[in-house]
Ligand binder design. Structure first.
Ligand code: PLP
Length: 375
């Protein structure tokens, strides 16, 4: 069993992907070729944003955003401590200061009720993450940000395809970034990412920043990076986009089925269920980039499941405020108790649109056996 099964997806799309790739090999415009432009239009339409800029990775998308907003040394950017390292890393890379706000214990997303008190005169942006495939509470976040005139950037690396109150992730905030890392809900065959905005000035700025700050050939009004998407990745994404809606539906069904199987599996155990299943807000749909549960004795449970050949992963065992690279921030254990508690207990189960019913049953049986062994 695979944690994410990209091979089965490729078998389904072999003809379409090969055809798209062959077209790139035939025209030979390998960087920012016609597929990139086509992809940008398709993705902008998909999320309901005016502009999409395709980029070399999700990390570069976040970096380019902060560069476009003019984030400078000493500025502050508010984010969550419970995320992939890149979210905090790009803030520090610009020598700005990540200001962490703890998470909601149920959704794992930034707790909007704690947001306002983190805002200072140096706050340049608010960067919530839509973790595990479910959007953060953007109505509340956008309202607080608007009252202070601060832009909101959605880190939608894990939520592409999810909806919040009927609107798609990456179309909910001033700016949104996503990742097309192969295992993401929409993934390419290498690194890739994108930015979304309705603001045409920001769009232009993102386009310059992805080509070394170049406005016209050999004219560089600003310092940028090499953040371009290559045409082969865009070609692959265009082929995958054709079936993405069906995959999103499958992810939703499989996530709900996992939760039901867990409830059933533990119903004969005379105690409250020791496994916490994902909580999805009624106004949200999740794409389950990760199907993540909480268990006691997580490391032991993971080791036992591995012995049963069930691949699992931990997203994330250490919140980023406790990473050695952020030691200079001086955050002690206990600073963000909700994030720290989650980090101790979470475990992600195999998740992809091609998971079979039998595989899900096998995973949940192994989960049950492992959890009961350590209770
Ligand atoms: C929440 C989050 N932010 C940012 C990133 C960075 O994206 P990439 O790997 O495409 O650079 C990821 C990807 O793993 C992510 O999960």
């Amino acid at each position: 069993m695979r944690f994410v099964d990209l091979n089965t997806q490729y078998e389904r799309l072999r003809g379409a992907i090969n055809k798209r790739v062959q077209a790139v090999l035939d025209h030979g415009q390998y960087i920012l070729g016609p597929e990139v432009t086509e992809l940008e239009s398709a993705l902008a339409e998909y999320v309901g944003a005016n502009h999409c800029v395709a980029l070399s990775s999700g990390t570069d998308a976040l970096l380019i955003t902060l560069m476009a907003l003019g984030v400078e040394p000493g500025d502050e950017v508010i984010t969550t401590p419970f995320t992939f390292f890149a979210t905090g890393e790009i803030i520090a890379l610009l020598k700005a200061r990540p200001v962490f706000v703890d998470i909601d214990r149920r959704t794992y997303n930034i707790d909007s009720s704690q947001l306002e008190s983190a805002i200072t005169l140096r706050t340049k942006a608010i960067l919530p993450v839509s973790l595990y495939g479910q959007c953060a509470d953007y109505d509340a976040i956008n309202a607080i940000a608007a009252a202070h005139g601060i832009p909101v950037i959605e880190d939608g690396a894990q939520s592409f395809g999810a909806t919040y109150k009927g609107q798609r992730s990456c179309g909910l905030t001033d700016i949104a970034a996503t990742s097309f890392f192969p295992s993401k809900p929409l993934g390419c065959y290498g690194d890739g990412g994108a930015l979304f905005t309705n603001d045409y000035i920001l769009d232009e700025c993102f386009r310059e920043l992805r080509v070394h700050g170049q406005a016209d050939r050999n004219h560089h009004p600003r310092i940028g990076i090499n953040g371009r998407m290559d045409s082969l990745q865009a070609a692959i994404l265009l082929a995958k986009l054709e079936i993405f809606n069906a995959e999103v539906v499958a992810r939703g069904r499989l996530g709900a089925r996992y939760s039901q199987l867990i409830e059933d599996a533990f119903s004969d155990v005379s105690m409250p269920t020791p496994v916490t299943t994902p909580y999805v807000e009624a106004h949200n749909t999740s794409v389950y980039a990760q199907y993540t549960v909480e268990v006691p004795s997580r490391d032991a449970v993971q080791a036992t499941m591995s012995e049963c050949n069930i691949p699992t992963a931990v997203h994330y065992p250490r919140p980023i405020h406790l990473q050695p690279a952020f030691a200079s921030l001086g955050q002690e254990p206990g600073s963000f108790p909700a994030a720290e508690k989650a980090a101790e207990r979470v475990i992600s189960l195999p998740m992809h649109p091609y998971l079979t019913d039998e595989q899900q049953i096998t995973v949940i049986q192994a989960l049950k056996d492992s959890v009961l062994e350590f209770l």
